[in-house]
Design a protein around this ligand. Sequence first.
Ligand code: SF4
Ligand code: SF4
Length: 429
Amino acid sequence: MSNAAYKEMWEKLDLDVPAHDALLEVLGKFYGDIYMSQQGRLQGAEYLDFVLSEVHGLRIKEIQDAKAQGRKVVGSFCVFVPEELTLAADAVHVGLCAGADAGKEAAERIVPRNTCALIKSFVGFKLAKICPFTESCDMIVGETTCDGKKKAYEAFGEYVNMYVMEVPQCKNASDRDLFKSEILRYKAELETLTGKTIGVEELKRGIGIVNAKRKALQRLTALRAADPAPISGRDALLINQISFYDDPVRFTAKINELCDEIEKRIATGEGVAPKGTPRLMLAGCPMAVPNWKLPYVIESAGAVIVGEESCIGTRNTRDLVDEEAVAKATTMDELVDALTDRYMRIDCACFTPNDERLDNVTALARDVKAQGVIHYSLLFCQPYAHETFKVDKALAAAGVPMLAIETDYGMEDVEQLKTRVQAFIETLE
Ligand code: SF4
Ligand code: SF4
């Protein structure tokens, strides 16, 4: 369908259609420059191109159809919000992307200027009325992770139906108890929202869908250890980004097909870049759609990205809900315990201490055979900026060089970033 055919739907969602058209135009051009210019892409990348081209079209239409059938739509901004429960309530779970500067001026009217770009982006998308996902949500779930987010949710909550989950900041037994009680509170909220009861079978189904999705992404991560790299970092990041808003069952099937293709490619020694191309890994803040700036800079500088240690990457996919515990569980309490254990393993920089992240970063660098790591912090992101020092030290001890980059969504520093990334790559060669 053409954009004109979707116009009526966007108008019904009360989008600012001219501003939204302008966003789509910029996004289309950006995607063309960064993605369609790549050589040696997998055939399965057609799925990525299709999803991206229809991200505000067909996917929104599907969501509207689901709503017409009585299903609710829940949006979230953080990997701490358990999708398993949302699916168990037969609701649609969407990650609300926040990777563009559009709406920044509007956002700065209600959040401080020295707020990270990710927060300004989700606030700006709402105020500027340019995100059909946000406008489709019946409830948006925030979480008490960093200070920037939790205070922004107070302002954001004046515009949307907001629900906030409390995420602990430490990992003691009492913190686990707190998060377990928050999972139960979210379950009750979903039941009120949807009018549906979440039973053991429903939750097992939700866990099964999300575990399958994470397994497909784990498979992709493992395949990226091959040299030559079988897939570009840009495409792998896009896959992780799409995992937050496409239908999870369809997504899993498509990514498994893509992994089959990658396995064949590895068997024939093919890749997206010649064997021996410098291999870099990204670590740090999440890169939400359409934040492709740094991956583009890195891969245009002659390196290939072989892993992303971030929430739009392995921080979200590394751990499954224990399948054995789920298979044995006969009560809701046992299932919620399994969910709690899985979520309490997330190594977000909002935790203190957060030493497991240091082990996880070094282990991933070793597993994907990265020769260097680029640590990425968004400007004004205190948690990840602080951890930059510790990650650098841990990687140095493991013999892996690191470059720390702090940036935002603006394009002003692209040339400077290119110079720094190129210099870093030269040191690896
Ligand atoms: S970095 Fe932390 S706050 Fe941000 S999405 Fe990940 S877990 Fe949530
Ligand atoms: S990037 Fe940092 S400051 Fe921004 S929302 Fe995430 S944790 Fe908070």
